[in-house]
Design a protein around this ligand. Structure first.
Ligand SMILES: Nc1ncnc2c1ncn2[C@@H]1O[C@H](COP(=O)(O)OP(=O)(O)OP(=O)(O)O)[C@@H](O)[C@H]1O
Ligand SMILES: [Mg+2]
Length: 279
């Protein structure tokens, strides 16, 4: 059976006593080996969830369990060894004077030996296409290059839980799909839980399960296909749906017979082909 790596039990959170509740009784579970996406409108609480997962914030109510341990002030350092996180704005994440120092930093904190460190620096920088920048100062990189290095730095610590909070937002489309392929293959090899917080529908469609946040609550939790079948409701809570899903709807309205919900161009073609060749 898959192990439960992240569990939110009735978590509520606000940024101060006078502030409104940002998360309201949120419960969900994420398993090892699982690729999750978290989506939701701006301000729905996604980044707050990410910060709660590695103890940058603590909930006022409820519990967060990571890899079997409750996240508390005491367990936080132990738990952070398991959790890797990359945020949208990579500027706040650099500590080293060169790219390679930066990738080394997280490993030094975890007591990884020198020989292994050198190997992981090589491996992760080439995996994100940044091997030529080993000795560059991080502040001289472009936004997308910084995101690549930030991703290399977390991959190098071999986390059990990897959270990407709009971590590919600055990459161009090709860079984004290359990096997501790299991350996904690492996720599959090491059986980690990958949590992608994103507005990019392509990334959402590729997840195994999706959590939809709305106004600080879990609005739904299902496979991408089940989620994107609720087109009208999604639009009502401020979310977009994949172009292919809209196209299928328009085709249906025009009288084209389509039974299964398609999420990619290939699936839609297949669907059109099979429904029409049997008629
Ligand atoms: N440091 C803070 N102090 C006070 N309120 C905050 C703080 N950070 C976030 N908030 C509020 O908490 C709510 C949830 O914010 P959060 O960043 O979790 O949303 P999000 O779902 O990540 O949105 P986005 O899609 O824009 O990244 C918002 O209403 C926001 O204004
Ligand atoms: Mg956010």
């Amino acid at each position: 059976m898959r192990e439960k790596l992240v569990e939110f039990r009735h978590v509520s959170f606000r940024y101060g006593e006078e502030q409104p509740w940002v998360l309201n009784n949120c419960s969900f579970e994420i398993y090892e080996d699982e690729a999750m996406a978290i989506i939701g409108h701006n301000g729905s609480g996604k980044s707050t969830i990410a910060k709660l997962m590695n103890g940058l914030l603590f909930p006022q109510e409820g519990q967060i369990i990571i890899n079997g341990k409750e996240l508390t002030q005491e367990s936080i350092w132990e738990i952070r060894k398991d959790v890797g996180m990359v945020f949208q704005n990579p500027d706040n994440q650099f500590v080293g004077t060169t790219v390679q120092d930066d990738v080394a930093f997280g490993m030094e904190n975890r007591g990884i030996d020198r020989h292994e460190m050198v190997k992981r620096i090589d491996d992760t920088l080439s995996a994100v296409g940044m091997e030529a920048y080993r000795l560059t100062e991080p502040h001289k990189l472009s936004g997308g290059q910084k995101q690549r290095v930030a991703i290399a730095s977390v991959l190098a610590i071999f986390p059990n839980v990897l959270i990407l909070d709009e971590a590919t937002a600055m990459l161009d489309p090709r860079g984004r799909s290359e990096i997501m392929n790299t991350v996904t293959s690492v996720q599959e090899q090491r059986h980690l839980s990958l949590i992608t917080i994103t507005h990019d529908l392509k990334e959402v469609v590729e997840a195994e399960r999706v959590i939809v946040m709305n106004d600080g609550q879990v609005w739904d939790e299902a496979t991408p296909r089940e989620i994107f079948a609720k087109k009208e409701e999604l639009r009502e809570i401020g979310l977009d749906i994949p172009f292919v899903a809209t196209l299928s709807d328009e085709l249906r309205k025009a009288g084209v017979f389509i039974t299964n919900e398609a999420l990619s161009h290939e699936e839609l073609l297949e669907e059109l082909w099979t429904s029409h060749s049997t008629m």
